[in-house]
Design a protein around this ligand. Sequence first.
Ligand code: URA
Length: 438
Amino acid sequence: VVTGGDPRAIVAAKRDGTTLSPAEIRAFIEGSTRGDVPDVLTAAFLMACFIRGLQDAETLELTRAMVESGQTLDLTGLRAAAVDKHSTGGVSDGVTLVFAPLGAALGLAVAKLSGRGLGHTGGTLDKLESIPGFRTDLEPSELHAQVERIGCAVAAQSSNLVPADGRLYALRDATATVESIPLIAASVMCKKLAVRTDLIELDVKAGSGAFMKTPVAATELAEACLALARGWERACIAHVTDMSQPLGDAVGNALDVVEAVHLLRGEKGGRLRDLTVRLAGDALARLEGVDPDEAADRADRALDDGSALERFRLMVEAQGGEPQVVEDPERILPRAPVIEPIVAVRAGTLAAVDAEAIGSASAALGAGRFRKGDPIDPAVGIVCTPKIGDRLEAGAPVGTVHARTRQAAREGAAAVLASFTLVDGPVPPPPLIHADLG
Ligand code: URA
């Protein structure tokens, strides 16, 4: 240890490009988690890591320190094989809302520690908490018991589970230090490693709505996560998936839950359903040795026959939420006072979407946060229906803005239209999955 226990010296060492020792990383993370290291210094540490990068051994040690900042939980002895799916963050990425109950309906145990909205991306916890009464602060023992009983649970990291990630995640969001491969890998993987499951399944997003803008960068992130899993001898698969446009239609919080319920009722198709079916099918194939096509067929059937919806209802009820959300989500969930259509101003084929701009526009309406701990407005957001390759007609609706004021709605609609690139000729839709790794 070169730093004599002064956390400022650890920040200075990283600032100057020195490789930190395991003891330095552990000391810093422990001090930060206890509150002995103030937020300003932790923020400076994060920026130094962001700019200087971390060696693989430093990322492994950072991840270890984050896991060891709290309790761990072993879910490998359950009656069902346990899977933990995690996305690196995107726009209209409601996969977890559907995947967790779908996996349970397929006979798997899905235990998830999720995050809150980060930057322009939405957070599963914020979405679920838009259901009146829904609790995400499950104790490890509650999480274990719920997964054993109904097959799925989605909870927050807490003061007991990876508390270091809670602190770092919120500070990164507030200090422009999100888009760093080692920091994202450590943040994602510490949550996966603190809860021991039989399989970790990563959905690493690539494109305009993701932190990694290209499949190449996303593959690098996926490889960093897979390396951490190997370091911990944990089974892990990763998919690099398309985020060059919002995955589903809803970009907000309650709006995403409405969309998830329609999907779980088998009423809605599209890329969000297709990807969720594929991820759930792959987990089933890997854990139970089911043929992948048969596994995907079973996942499709579980959405169409109501069995996944029933698991969602049980999960909502078990976590204190209003279970009627599955019957009438529009009535149960908070609604914004102003709902305005978004209307295409000119005709053309949608060739590209700045999905980050749509995520940021939704955050600006109040669906995301700009400072650590800010409240979010569950009711507001954007519904944007066209996908790349679709033909838009001038004057035709392409979605809705859900806002507190007319002015905010107008600004949201303008941001959505400005995020579109329209061309005259045909455009092929992008692939849903760029690569399967691990
Ligand atoms: N998801 C996480 O859990 N952490 C990140 O840093 C980004 C996405």
